[in-house]
Design a protein around this ligand. Structure first.
Ligand SMILES: C[S@@+](CC[C@H](N)C(=O)[O-])C[C@H]1O[C@@H](n2cnc3c(N)ncnc32)[C@H](O)[C@@H]1O
Length: 254
């Protein structure tokens, strides 16, 4: 099947191309409702929002006013309403069709008319050159070593002066970071840092927390992220509904 040009003029990748570019995300693919609980419990203090606005040099009241925003790997579109509340226009890009459908449903449920969702991967964004002011990719396994085609696409679609953010785990700090390193001992945080620095990105270290409503929610979310054995160990050691969680906010101005 060939790539298709949409009515809006965007080139939408063929199903084959999409499948070859997509990195499986078992947590959100297999249990999107559990992943929704995870999103609800992440960063109740808005530390990531504060850090992003600081990098952009904007005050909270302005938010993303006037901006064309791109959320790459938007999943079920959890973050789209937040951007759409202040941005001029928002586009969520998600290659996994069932999630793209959920993201569109979310926009419809919220009555949001300044956002859209397209099915595509980071490596072939169906967007015009120099059309985006702010790109955001959260928990984006598809950005990291080997993701250079995706970074080249960002470079193409971002306007001069635009900013890109990639948010991911900081395995070197925090209780969550400790769990992460135990679960993936071969993860090389220094190599990840060298990768981003080589591409000209900067880092803000941000301390967030998971604050889940109930112990059952925390358990479900832990089991979503870790193997059964690792989850049993974490849950035996860790009491309560919260955990401190260090993240890296990688960013670059274009
Ligand atoms: C862990 S989820 C995060 C979802 C969302 N950013 C959030 O915070 O709720 C990662 C997402 O990246 C998507 N994904 C996988 N491969 C991708 C690619 N090549 N380009 C863009 N997104 C991709 C997955 O389908 C999944 O929805």
């Amino acid at each position: 099947m060939k790539d298709q040009r949409s009515r809006e003029g965007w080139v939408e990748p063929s199903a084959d191309r999409l499948a070859s570019q997509t990195i499986p995300s078992p947590n959100i693919w297999d249990d999107p409702d559990g992943y929704e609980l995870e999103n609800v419990g992440v960063d109740p203090d808005g530390a990531l929002e504060t850090a992003m606005l600081r990098v952009l040099g904007r005050c909270p009241a302005d938010g993303f006013t006037g901006m064309q925003v791109l959320d790459v790997g938007c999943g079920t579109g959890y973050h789209l309403p937040w951007f759409a509340a202040t941005a001029a226009q928002v586009v969520g890009v998600e290659p996994h069709e069932p999630l793209a459908i959920r993201a569109r449903d979310r926009l419809a449920r919220h009555g949001i008319d300044n956002a859209a969702v397209v099915e595509a991967g980071a490596q072939s964004l169906p967007l015009p050159d120099r059309s985006i002011d702010l790109a955001h990719a959260r928990w984006a396994y598809f950005f990291g070593a080997g993701c250079e085609p995706g970074l080249a696409e960002l470079e193409r679609v971002l306007r001069p002066g635009a900013t890109a953010f990639v948010i991911d785990n900081d395995a070197t700090r925090s209780t969550f970071g400790g769990w992460f390193v135990r679960a993936w001992p071969s993860y090389d945080a220094l190599a990840v840092e060298r990768f981003w620095r080589r591409q000209g990105w900067s880092r803000e270290r941000v301390d967030i927390r998971w604050a889940h409503r109930t112990r059952a929610d925390l358990e479900r979310v832990v089991r979503l992220e870790f193997t059964p054995q690792m989850s049993d160990r974490i849950l035996a050691e860790h009491t309560g509904t919260e955990v401190d969680y260090a993240v890296n906010l990688w960013w670059r101005r274009y």
